[in-house]
Design a protein around this ligand. Structure first.
Ligand SMILES: Cc1cc2nc3c(=O)[nH]c(=O)nc-3n(C[C@H](O)[C@H](O)[C@H](O)COP(=O)(O)OP(=O)(O)OC[C@H]3O[C@@H](n4cnc5c(N)ncnc54)[C@H](O)[C@@H]3O)c2cc1C
Length: 464
């Protein structure tokens, strides 16, 4: 019987974790023998020596996790007592991304949302560097180290330019906060969820500031429905935010210290400072010169199968916002089912139209349509859980056919965007709502406590 079954049967993961931590010192057996379930677990292994050997084997499996963001950090934490885990990340900390905008108006909030990797990864190796290459055996870092792996998990999500240490990151929030406090007028560029949430935080905490939000789309937050966009627009305007749609700001024409910004529509905006919220590129450019390059789609996403393994690679997984699911691989299934022709271009369905409704309006066939997954934290955490389960199974000698499968979350999943400390706009399957009720769920602590708990930390450090 494999270890995973034993763990499941006795629900004593903790016992095994503690035991695994202490081997190979034989003296520890005395302590553990006193645990009432221990003899039963030992007998499942066929004796304490076998248990030692099997757990040692498990711990000798080298798992390298590239990227210590939402998905990678949870995965590394989940496997730390089950394998020899190495987490590779350019920064020394995991940051809860959805708390970052609150931290700009209240820097002490980041005390709970910027977490040193070492605080939750107590039994793994942490390498503070970037992956620059990968072969079928090892990962190469920017500092020239080679990390040999038996299993590899790629979780490089987005590429952010953030400081290396937690202390530097906390001090960066102080600087940004000072920038907001000392400005009379603020320009926010980009009306996606990040730009909207930042605008909401500033409008609520600093109602005296003149805030302008410029967005190049025809409506705010195009990843959700028009109702949510319109309600958000009304809310922002009720807070005296000036919102300019279908315009962009030419930052090249802004010299240092200048307060004048030109928009693509020829308008001039005066502001003491600006914040750029136009999104970050995917963190997969480094894969383009590697042996995995043909597993990337044109957007830089990695093709994964239903078990979240990279196409054709039985020991490499991809999680977080990076994977593109099997149903959407180029040339997967019948081309006519998954591609749509527009003039001389053939596009993947998910790129061709924004929503099923719009697609139907265009008269396109929506049968068998598999929507792309919303790029949010919840699915990223789910990916980590599925891959942790699969790796435990594979490392324990389980059959590939028994691996857990992952079903992409629907684009109709619940989406909530906070609007300051108390309010939010939420798109639910059958309705869209804005105000204090959705705000009660998300906006107070922004799920920081819950996220900390998920990686085994005290949830209560959050500043109220
Ligand atoms: C400001 C903001 C607000 C958000 N708000 C919400 C929200 O309210 N709700 C929600 O569900 N989602 C929200 N999201 C989205 C959510 O954060 C992402 O979906 C989630 O972070 C994706 O997880 P990930 O692990 O794939 O990538 P990330 O969390 O982006 O992590 C990627 C990690 O990979 C590392 N990395 C990159 N390149 C390399 C390399 N070459 N080598 C090694 N490491 C590398 C990075 O340093 C980073 O640590 C928000 C995102 C942002 C930025």
């Amino acid at each position: 019987m494999g270890k995973c079954i034993i763990i499941g049967k006795f629900n004593e993961d903790q016992v095994l974790e503690e035991y695994a931590q202490k081997i190979p010192s034989p003296s520890n057996r005395v302590d553990f023998a006193s645990l009432h379930l221990f003899p039963a677990i030992v007998s499942e292994f066929g004796g304490v020596d076998n248990m030692d050997t099997e757990l040692m084997n498990l711990k000798n499996r080298r798992v390298v996790v590239i990227g210590g963001g939402v998905a990678g950090s949870l995965l590394a934490k989940s496997l730390q007592f089950h394998a020899d885990v190495t987490l590779l990340d350019p920064k020394e900390y995991f940051e809860i991304p959805w708390a970052s905008l609150r931290a700009m108006v209240e820097p002490s909030f980041a005390e709970g949302s910027v977490i040193n990797h070492r605080d939750y990864l107590t039994n793994g190796r942490i390498i503070t560097s970037r992956a620059i290459n990968v072969t079928d055996k090892e990962v190469l870092t920017a500092e020239g180290r080679a990390l040999v792996y038996d299993y590899l998990v790629i979780a490089t999500g987005h590429l952010y330019s953030v400081p290396r240490t937690r202390t530097e990151r906390l001090s960066q929030y102080e600087t940004e906060n000072e920038k907001i406090r000392s400005a009379g007028s603020i320009l926010i560029i980009g009306g996606g969820p990040t730009g909207v949430e930042l605008t909401g935080e500033i409008a609520v905490d600093f109602p005296e500031k003149e805030v302008t939000l410029v967005h190049n789309g025809s409506r705010l937050m195009q990843f959700i429905g028009p109702k949510a966009s319109n309600k958000t627009l009304d809310w922002l305007r009720s807070k005296r935010v000036e919102v300019k749609l279908e315009q962009s700001v030419n930052l090249n024409s802004v010299s240092d210290g200048s307060r004048t910004y030109q928009t693509s529509a020829g308008e001039t905006i005066e502001a003491d400072c600006h914040f750029l919220c136009t999104g970050s590129p995917l963190g997969s450019a480094w894969l383009k010169e590697t042996f995995l390059k043909d597993k990337l789609d044109i957007h830089g996403r990695l093709m994964v199968d239903k078990n979240l393994r990279v196409k054709d690679h039985s020991n490499i997984f991809a999680i977080g916002i990076l994977p593109i699911f099997q149903q959407l691989w180029p040339n997967f299934g019948k081309p006519s089912q998954h591609h749509q022709s527009f003039g001389n271009k053939t596009l993947l369905r998910e790129e061709s139209v924004e929503s099923l409704a719009e697609k139907a309006l265009l008269g396109l066939n929506i049968n068998n349509y598999k929507p792309k997954e919303i790029k949010q934290g919840y699915p990223a955490q789910k990916h980590a859980e599925v891959v942790a389960t699969n790796l435990k199974l594979l490392m324990g000698g389980g059959k590939e056919s028994k691996m857990a499968t992952y079903e992409p979350q629907s684009m109709k999943a619940i989406v909530s965007v906070s609007l300051g400390r108390r309010e939010a706009v939420a798109q639910l399957p059958f309705t869209t709502t804005i105000g204090h009720i959705p705000g009660m769920i998300k906006s107070r602590d922004l799920f920081v406590g819950k996220t900390r708990k998920r990686i085994g930390l005290d949830p209560h450090i959050v500043h109220e």
